[in-house]
Design a protein around this ligand. Structure first.
Ligand code: URP
Ligand code: ZN
Ligand code: ZN
Length: 497
């Protein structure tokens, strides 16, 4: 039986008072929680918006969870009171695809959990799901522990992992079972990155069969690695060495072929799947066709694909390297397809695939060969504000849809709901007080992410994350980090598929 519906769902309108407030406790199958002591919290007079409700209320939290929702709530002395008059109150946002510790393409991504979790929180993301990406020489359990050790005691926001399956040999299965038993109930596979993270078809089949048995969802990077390798060689031989060559080494059909391939394996194994960083119409068509045959597949797109296009990677003087990621930024006409996929429920989530590499010291590793430019465009800090400005303010998404794609769907798909992803009695007091009247711009000079550029330098924002709480403790005030490093918890998740 499916715990999550992958078919298109008609979203409700975002009109104030258009749906009933959620005043009840919806807590089946709770996940065990460690609690820390935190003073009671009262957020007053806000407009509370979840994926399916929109109402004015006060929210009261004690012991890290929301305990009361109502009007004119009284609070005992010692309560932290936040006035949200004129502001929106959202459930903490969830980024389901982040890299913090990433050994990749001969270097390491720039953030660590101190800088990364600060950036997440300043941007309204209270839970991040990191890709644990071992090399093919590493054992899964040791890798899982290594990735955990990067986060535990350092992160200010809550976190969990998609466990990368980068090989499947005789020793793999028992270790994956153990990792799932520890509450890490999603896998990550790569059909790209030949010779690095990429797995072959036997490994893919075995991974999906195990996932099906365990009820684990498999997230997948879908690009045909042979096509990428062959086309890259051809382009380099023809003298195309700059960042502009990256796109043509992996055009839309390369991604669509990867999706098609995964969908065939998912259909035959019955595994639940989730396509990460889907960038184009051709790939979405393959996912939809598979879904119509009954294949279980969720789709994620990225804020980068919604807002940036391939002309950015074609900028002169190697500037385009800032915009090299995989799959590549696409022709602009794909953007309306992605926005409409979000609106109609064909695409479930908006993530960042945050993978920060410095422009001055790391991107130049590929100055003479685009295949060596470390792949990734940082955006962990900017996703929510940009999605609000370009989604809600431009009328592409309702407020409810905005919350759904940036928080609730990820919580449901990855076994975090209703602890995370909504505002309800019994849910964690992860709350974002959002100021729709704030106007400003994005700049690397003021960002928390530990990287020397912003792909969105100078972009205007119409509204921003003002105050953020993590399990009842204020972590961001007036847009500034005031949280506690090390307080973030590992989120053990049941296998819900
Ligand atoms: O270019 C990207 N996407 N970099 C991060 C690694 C990955 O493929 O997710
Ligand atoms: Zn990827
Ligand atoms: Zn990624």
């Amino acid at each position: 039986m499916w715990a999550v519906e992958f078919r298109p769902v008609a979203h409700q309108s975002g009109a104030v008072g258009s749906s009933s407030p959620v005043f009840c406790c919806r807590t089946p199958g709770r996940i065990h929680r460690q609690r820390t002591s935190v003073m009671p919290l009262l957020i007053k007079n806000g407009r509370v918006v979840t994926a399916d409700s929109d109402f004015h209320a006060d929210l009261y939290a004690e012991g890290e969870t929301i305990t009361r929702i109502g009007r004119d709530l009284e609070a005992p002395p010692g309560t932290e009171v936040i006035d949200a008059t004129g502001k929106l109150v959202f459930p903490g946002f969830i980024d389901p695809h982040v890299h913090i510790y990433l050994p990749f393409m001969g270097t390491y991504s720039k953030d660590n959990y101190e800088t990364g979790s600060k950036a997440a929180l300043v941007g309204g993301t209270t839970t991040l799901i990191e890709m644990c990406c071992p090399s093919r020489n590493d054992e899964p359990l040791a890798a899982f522990e290594l990735w955990m050790s990067q986060a535990v005691g350092k992160s200010a926001c809550d976190f969990t992992f998609h466990m990368g399956v980068t090989k499947f040999d005789d020793g793999t299965e028992a270790q994956l079972r153990e990792i799932v038993a520890r509450g890490n109930s999603s896998f990550k596979i790569f059909l790209a990155y030949k010779g690095a993270f990429g797995i072959d078809d036997t490994e893919l089949y075995r991974t999906l069969k195990l996932a099906r048995e365990l009820g684990v969802i498999v997230t997948a990077h879908c690009e045909n690695e042979t096509l990428v390798a062959e086309r890259s060689k051809e382009l380099l031989a023809a003298g195309v060495t700059g960042p502009e060559g990256h796109h043509d080494s992996r055009p839309p059909r390369v991604e669509a072929e990867g999706v098609h391939h995964l969908m065939s394996f998912a259909e035959l194994t019955g595994a639940a799947t989730y396509i990460v960083h889907l960038s184009c119409k051709e790939a979405l068509a393959e996912a939809i066709a598979a879904r119509q045959r009954g294949v279980r597949v969720g789709v994620e797109t990225l804020i980068q694909y919604l807002l940036l296009d391939k002309s950015y990677a074609e900028r002169p003087d190697f500037e385009g390297a800032k915009y090299v990621m995989s799959p590549p930024l696409r022709d602009k006409r794909n953007q309306s397809v992605l926005w409409s996929g979000l609106k109609t429920g064909l695409i479930q989530t908006v993530a960042t695939d945050h993978a920060p590499f410095d422009f001055v010291t790391q991107k130049p590793m590929g100055r003479d060969d685009f295949t060596k430019i470390p792949n990734g465009i940082p955006s962990l800090e900017d996703r929510v504000n940009l999605l609000y400005t370009h989604g809600v303010r431009r009328g592409r998404l309702t407020l409810n849809q905005f919350v759904d794609v940036a928080s609730t769907q990820a919580a449901k798909l990855f076994g975090l709901f209703p602890r995370k992803g909504t505002i309800a009695v019994g849910s964690d007091a992860d709350l974002v007080v959002f100021d729709p009247a704030w106007f400003g711009t994005i700049s690397a000079a003021t960002q928390s992410m530990a990287v020397d550029y912003s792909a969105f330098e100078g972009w205007p924002l119409e509204g921003r994350v003002d105050t953020v709480t993590v399990r009842g403790e204020v972590a961001v005030r007036d847009g500034k980090f005031v949280g506690t490093l090390g307080r973030g918890q590992y989120l053990a998740r049941p296998a819900v598929h």
